[in-house]
Design a protein around this ligand. Structure first.
Ligand SMILES: [Zn+2]
Length: 392
């Protein structure tokens, strides 16, 4: 079904007049329910504290926060210190770049280190620097986000197994604090985020794709031409944790149907976000040094790709409007390489949690409307910038 005029009418209602640019959830599920979703979002976004303010004629800028890994070893001093350092990284990036939007690109928390019943406590901490600056965001799941608790092996080397003391975390978030070893489900994490944050554009995605949850699309609209979106942002759940690390054939079908429905002639450019690199990343990976046409600064490990390729890449390369795919997962890689006509990019390890000691940073995307372009670079924690590349 093609997007009906009524959808666009909804988008041009008065609220849009005080926005120079707006992001609106367009379609959350297969079939036809996007009109209903649009109305919901428009209502939410009319609340006064929830405007997306962008200067006239300014580019639309997104910061990617990848692999924050909040909540590691909370029973030690070391763990919470890492989270404090991760907050500093995000704060530094947000203050230097002042992005219009943030994408949390998975592994927001290290759930296999979190023995409390509701890991949203840590998820919420990871969102806090963005929320406190009034910047809207969207998130996708990584393989660590809903993993069950794994007992540290050193706990078994002392005489007997020590009593587990669930960590008490200083947070305004009213999560449950009792112990749990099963992890917090993707659905619970996402519901907590959506229910408690007006600035969140994240979605549960269509039910027939569950247990993959973070499958949805956002459209970026400029107020001057609300009938033509600037760009579509697609978010997919690449699995891991409680189920296989794949983009399933059901997700492929969903993406195909949805993209043909909302952007039938591929007129509007499209960008893709998920956590675990697809196998195509292996095909384009630099062997040793990063050379043209690839652009990046670290190539320190092998691509840890999804378990199988079930057709998503074929669709992406054949669709003229797809410009780039952005993933996290590999903390020691930050390059972009072309794969046929689509750029495959890693973000940059943002958090102090997770493996690796490469300096932390954030991949930035700057989208310009006329003519359309996507420029990207990496902003480091210390304020430096590198690896500028044009992705269109
Ligand atoms: Zn990670």
């Amino acid at each position: 079904m093609a997007p009906s005029l009524s959808n666009l009418t909804i988008l041009s209602l008065p609220y849009i007049s005080f926005l120079l640019q707006a992001i609106v959830l367009a379609v959350g599920a297969s079939g036809h329910p996007h009109q209903e979703h649009l109305q919901t979002i428009v209502q939410r976004k009319t609340t006064p504290e929830n405007h997306i303010r962008i200067r006239a004629g300014a580019p639309f800028k997104i910061a990617l926060f990848a692999d924050l890994h909040f909540g590691e070893n909370a029973w030690t001093d070391w763990g919470p210190q890492q989270d404090v350092r991760s907050i500093k990284v995000m704060s530094s990036v947000l203050d230097t770049e002042t992005p219009d939007f943030v994408v949390y690109l998975g592994d927001v928390i290290t759930a296999n280190n979190i023995p409390i019943a509701n890991a949203s406590l840590y998820w919420d901490q990871a969102l806090s620097p963005t929320r406190s600056r009034g910047i809207p965001w969207a998130s996708v799941f990584g393989n660590h986000d809903d993993a069950p608790f794994v007992w540290p092996i050193e706990w078994f080397s002392a005489p007997g197994i020590p009593q587990l003391v669930c960590p008490v975390v200083n947070s305004s978030y009213s999560g449950e604090l009792e112990c749990s070893f099963r992890g917090t489900s993707r659905l619970a994490l996402m519901k907590n985020e959506m229910d408690n944050n007006l600035l969140s554009f994240s979605r549960n995605g269509p039910k027939d794709l569950w247990p993959g949850i973070s499958n949805y699309v956002l459209q970026v609209l400029s107020v001057e031409t609300p009938q033509t979106p600037l760009v579509y942002l697609y978010f997919l759940d690449s699995g891991g944790g409680t189920y296989p690390e794949v983009i399933s054939s059901a997700q492929v079908e969903w993406f195909k149907r949805l993209s043909e429905e909302i952007n039938p002639d591929s007129r509007v450019p499209e960008l893709i976000f998920w956590h675990i690199p697809s196998k195509a990343y292996k095909k384009v990976a630099p062997i040793f040094r990063i050379r043209q046409p690839c652009v990046g600064s670290i190539n320190k490990e092998k691509v840890a790709a999804q378990e199988a390729e079930m057709g998503i890449m074929k669709i992406l390369v054949e669709r003229p409007s797809i410009k780039a795919v952005f993933v996290g997962h590999n903390h020691g890689l930050d390059w972009c390489c072309p794969y046929r006509k689509v750029w495959l990019c890693f973000a940059r390890h943002t958090g102090y949690g997770g493996y690796g000691n490469w300096p932390r940073g954030s991949r930035i995307l700057e989208i310009n409307e006329d003519p359309f372009s996507v420029e990207s670079w990496i902003r480091m924690e210390d304020g430096s910038v590198h690896s500028k590349v044009i992705l269109t």
